[in-house]
Design a binder for this molecule. Structure first.
Ligand SMILES: [Mn+2]
Length: 317
């Protein structure tokens, strides 16, 4: 595909990290101004593609031959959609469909404008297809970015770039797709391989999360009295529990310890590091153990929840 013929790129892609990376690759290859990307699931992919084809038809494409339709990390699901694309290809429309999901492999292998390969994520497939456009000096970090997304998307758990992929996915989830793509598609910012920057962004995010949990969940009226002192229960903790506990304890001097319930069967107890109560004794009494200011015990919460739900359902019937 030559650089000069393409004025507009219509891009239909999936809705996960790989899809966002596909958007980054397409924007890097063709320039953000030329690219219009739609993110969709398997339930809407056909209607998105048909809408694009209809718009191209109305605008006079493909006779102008200046627009390209890329479908990445997902493929059409209905025969009608495949036929519409075949007709567009026969009429001279420039099409690229690149996917690594096996669902429509047979349909893809039958068509020269499709690239099916389960050994690479969508973004990697697009990178390989548009390699000639992407290897400019400004884009030296793009291959690493794509490798990290590949390690994440295809569960390459032992892969060299897996950790980076996981970091990227966390960043993607908290930044939101639009900001993520803007950050990574802009060669001037070139942050695709700046993992120190990623770490600092994630640290800020963790701090915000700690503050949010403490503001929402730790309130004086929720304090409980026990033989060991005043405590509060903090639920659904995902962020670093030590930080949450310390922030909660510093917010309320009257608080003696905090009880943190996260996923799994462990309940964590935290008291003040200096001069606080010996929380390990409490944990020990409940079948657990630990240190003076950080201890825990196990409790099969899941079992209890299942029993409660079963009870509720039985009552409904
Ligand atoms: Mn994918």
């Amino acid at each position: 595909m030559t650089a000069t013929t393409i004025e507009q790129v219509e891009h239909v892609t999936h809705n996960d990290l790989d899809a966002a990376a596909c958007d980054v690759v397409v924007r890097a290859a063709f320039g953000s101004g030329a690219v219009h990307t739609r993110f969709c699931g398997y339930d809407t992919v056909d209607e998105e593609i048909l809408r694009v084809l209809e718009r191209q038809r109305v605008r006079g494409c493909p006779s102008g031959s200046a627009c390209l339709l890329i479908i990445s990390d997902i493929s059409p699901t209905s025969a009608a959609c495949w036929h519409a694309l075949d007709a567009a290809a026969a009429a001279g429309c420039m099409l690229v469909c690149a996917d690594h999901h096996v669902t429509h492999a047979e349909e893809m292998q039958r068509r020269p404008w499709c690239t099916y390969d389960d050994q690479a994520c969508g973004a990697q497939l697009l990178f390989n297809l548009f390699r000639a456009r992407l290897l400019s000096p400004n884009l030296t970090t793009l291959p690493l970015f794509v490798a990290a997304v590949d390690a994440y998307d295809r569960w390459q758990l032992d892969g060299r770039y897996r950790l980076r992929g996981e970091t990227l996915n966390r960043l993607y989830r908290f930044m939101g797709r639009k900001t993520f793509v803007e950050e990574f598609a802009d060669p001037a910012r070139d942050r695709r391989d700046d993992f120190r920057w990623l770490d600092s962004v994630l640290k800020t995010r963790a701090e915000q999360e700690v503050k949010r949990i403490c503001t929402e969940q730790v309130r004086m009226e929720l304090f409980q009295d026990s033989a060991d002192g005043k405590y509060v229960v903090i639920l659904g903790v995902d962020a670093p529990i030590n930080d949450i506990a310390q922030v909660a304890l510093s917010m309320y001097p009257a608080l003696d310890f905090v009880v943190l319930i996260s996923r799994g069967n462990t309940i964590s107890l935290r008291s003040r590091v200096s001069g606080g109560i010996d929380i390990s004794k409490v944990a020990q009494r409940l079948g657990g153990g630990g240190h003076r200011s950080a201890a825990g015990f196990s409790y099969a919460l899941d079992e209890d929840l299942r029993r409660i739900v079963r009870g509720l359902l039985a009552r409904e019937v």
